[in-house]
Write a protein that binds this ligand. Sequence first.
Ligand SMILES: Cc1cc2nc3c(=O)[nH]c(=O)nc-3n(C[C@H](O)[C@H](O)[C@H](O)COP(=O)(O)OP(=O)(O)OC[C@H]3O[C@@H](n4cnc5c(N)ncnc54)[C@H](O)[C@@H]3O)c2cc1C
Length: 450
Amino acid sequence: MSPTTPAPAPVYDVLGIGFGPANLALAIALEERDSPLTARFLEARPQPEWQPGMLLDGSDIQNHPSRDLVTLRNPRSRYSFLNYLHEQGRLLRHLNVPSEFPLRKEYAGYIRWAAGFFSHLVDCNQRAARVEVVEQSGERVYEVTTMSGSRYLGRTLVMGPGRTPYVPAPYDEVRTPRVFHLTQYLPRLAELTGPGREPESVAVIGGSQSAVELALDLSRRFPRTKVTTYTRSHSLKLKDTSPFSEEGYFPEFTDYYFRASREGKRALDGYMHGTNYSSADGDVLRELYLTMYEQELDGDQRVFLRGNHEATGLRTAGDRVEIDFLERVTGERTTEAVDFAVLATGFRNMGPGPHEELCPPLMAPLADRFATESDGRLAVGADYALKPVADGTPPLFLNGLCESSHGIGDAGSFSLLSLRAATLTDALTERLSTTLAADRTDRSAALAAA
Ligand SMILES: Cc1cc2nc3c(=O)[nH]c(=O)nc-3n(C[C@H](O)[C@H](O)[C@H](O)COP(=O)(O)OP(=O)(O)OC[C@H]3O[C@@H](n4cnc5c(N)ncnc54)[C@H](O)[C@@H]3O)c2cc1C
């Protein structure tokens, strides 16, 4: 090679997009299973973080802390939440904390700590912008181009970018920094408020756990601000935490769900919905109710809940946003002017519904290389691989995006992350074994000839 010829880009066995908990759990599984596969992960953020826009004071996690990055797969792993606490010298103090679940801040610290062991495999500040199949030295591989123009090549691709935020109409019709999804909550708050810039009135849209947490957080931060939660349903519901329902987060349920017909899946979704969506835990519901009741006693109501309210229009008016609401039962129409509105409206699953998307946006240009179900959504295998229909399409896996094929345990949560990482590791190893064996033969032949 001449000194001016640029070195060819390396081809990684595993190229991962995103380094949130899902792909981090995969990186750990590859290491703990002594995988010979080379891997590189691209992360858009300056450093791996877990849901940093929502690290609210006092908010706790929604999963058993030992359903972490590793424990279900390997209870002896050094990357467990318990070992994190041990290594921080906080184990006993933590076990003595009088709360059922750890603070989300502490769990985010755990994720940061675990990710720190894998920094050699991750390129941060690299947001994947385009994915293509290209030919490199006679081999079909994925080429990922990032926003900064860097190119990465992979024999397989593992998509772990997290789910796409769902922004319903009419909130998606006006572009203003004053209407934003909860994933942007803390940074947007820092831009819009500050000392002497307390909002007069704000809206929280939705009836989820996050909506209730946001209402509480806003009411604590801005005690003089009017905080109104608008929900399309009648009121705020208690989450289904029945231990029987919780078995929906067992791997046996994942298998059962995967084999079910689309109609059967719909019925199961209907049952499991209240374990994760449009509902909140008792502790935050009680706290919000008490806050509102005490304000009523004091004759100083500032926190409100408006059920059966659906937004029908939205416009900006100076430093305010005006939202038109329809009361879905009485038909009454009102308009509310707020400093900003936070959308706790959830995320998109794969599917044809109005809340869904047929495939993750980054994959759209590749989508016709893969089989779809009759309703247009991508068909996913039990091992999270897509099914190629075009010749020469390298293996592509989805990590954390498969609720519509694998059920509620795959709703982007921690519940089954570690077991999914094992499935992915096995599937990646199997798909690549032919290529690796061919490589080894080539290398041995080259050594013998040398
Ligand atoms: C506020 C909130 C609280 C939650 N609390 C819990 C909880 O307590 N328990 C629970 O089990 N689940 C919880 N969840 C669900 C959550 O989805 C999971 O906890 C977890 O974050 C899923 O991990 P992930 O890696 O699939 O996705 P993410 O955590 O979203 O990680 C995806 C990563 O990919 C990166 N990325 C995205 N696009 C690109 C791109 N184009 N190029 C490069 N990088 C990219 C992102 O920057 C991010 O780091 C919560 C979700 C939210 C929003």
